[in-house]
Write a protein that binds this ligand. Structure first.
Ligand SMILES: Nc1ncnc2c1ncn2[C@@H]1O[C@H](COP(=O)(O)OP(=O)(O)OP(=O)(O)O)[C@@H](O)[C@H]1O
Ligand SMILES: Nc1nc2c(ncn2[C@@H]2O[C@H](COP(=O)(O)O)[C@@H](O)[C@H]2O)c(=O)[nH]1
Length: 207
């Protein structure tokens, strides 16, 4: 059996740049896989089903919840978003790290279920910049942007629930910081001792 991979939970307010930073991180061919989320939100122009999200109806999503097939899910600004469980478990069992990009309520659910996950919060340098990014992205109406900003303030208040906070001032720098955190997490003493239990177990032997 390969050693189980790490579950990396990357979260932060809408518009902070999670998707942009994630794309930069994945350019470097790291040993982790991205878990594609499921949502009931309408598909945006250019988004591909199965790549950006699995786009589903509310009925289909609620059926997955009923069957216990979601690791976590949340209702966010009127739509469901969630992480299908099967892919995550299968990939972790293969020994690969899994990267989730999710909002804060979902991240807190994962923390309850997988306390040894790595919880990274991406924060904007300030709130005006965050609004500027949401407006500049051009994907949401003024009303949706106001709702997302309201949510963002609640989410930033919950930053203290995370293990790490990374400021997204510059995409390249933020991506480098996240990669370093993940690398260091692999060398945390509890993880290394678990990996090398075959050696630790022999310490009392006369070798
Ligand atoms: N460091 C940065 N400096 C300036 N602009 C940025 C930076 N990072 C991301 N952006 C821009 O901010 C906008 C929002 O980024 P992105 O869509 O990646 O955010 P997100 O956190 O994934 O949002 P959501 O959670 O809603 O999917 C995009 O237009 C992106 O180009
Ligand atoms: N709890 C979850 N949140 C998720 C998931 N996938 C994405 N998200 C977050 O939802 C908001 C809105 O996303 P958008 O694509 O409509 O802008 C954002 O914060 C995403 O990170 C998920 O599986 N679970």
């Amino acid at each position: 059996m390969p050693e189980r991979g790490l579950l990396i939970v990357f979260s932060g307010p809408s518009g902070v740049g999670k998707g942009t930073v994630r794309a930069k991180i994945f350019e470097n061919k790291n040993n982790f896989d991205y878990s594609v989320s499921m949502t009931t939100r309408p598909q945006r122009p250019g988004e591909v089903d199965g790549k950006d999200y699995y786009f589903r109806t509310r009925e289909e999503f609620e059926e997955m919840i009923r069957k216990g097939e979601m690791l976590e899910y949340a209702e966010y600004v009127g739509n469901y978003y969630g992480t299908p469980l099967t892919y995550v478990n299968k990939t972790l069992d293969e020994g690969k790290d899994v990267f989730l990009e999710i909002e804060v309520q979902g991240a807190l659910q994962v923390k309850e279920k997988v306390p040894d996950g790595v919880f990274i919060f991406l924060t904007p340098p300030d709130l005006e910049e965050l609004r500027g990014r949401l407006v500049g992205r051009g994907t949401d109406s003024a009303e949706v942007i106001n709702n997302r900003m309201k949510k963002a303030k609640e989410e930033i208040r919950l930053m203290s629930e995370y293990d790490y906070a990374v400021v997204n001032d510059k995409v390249e720098l933020a991506a480098e910081r996240v990669i370093k955190i993940i690398e260091a997490e692999h060398y945390r003493v509890d993880r290394v001792m678990e990996r090398y239990a075959h050696m630790i177990d022999k310490l009392d032997e006369n070798i």
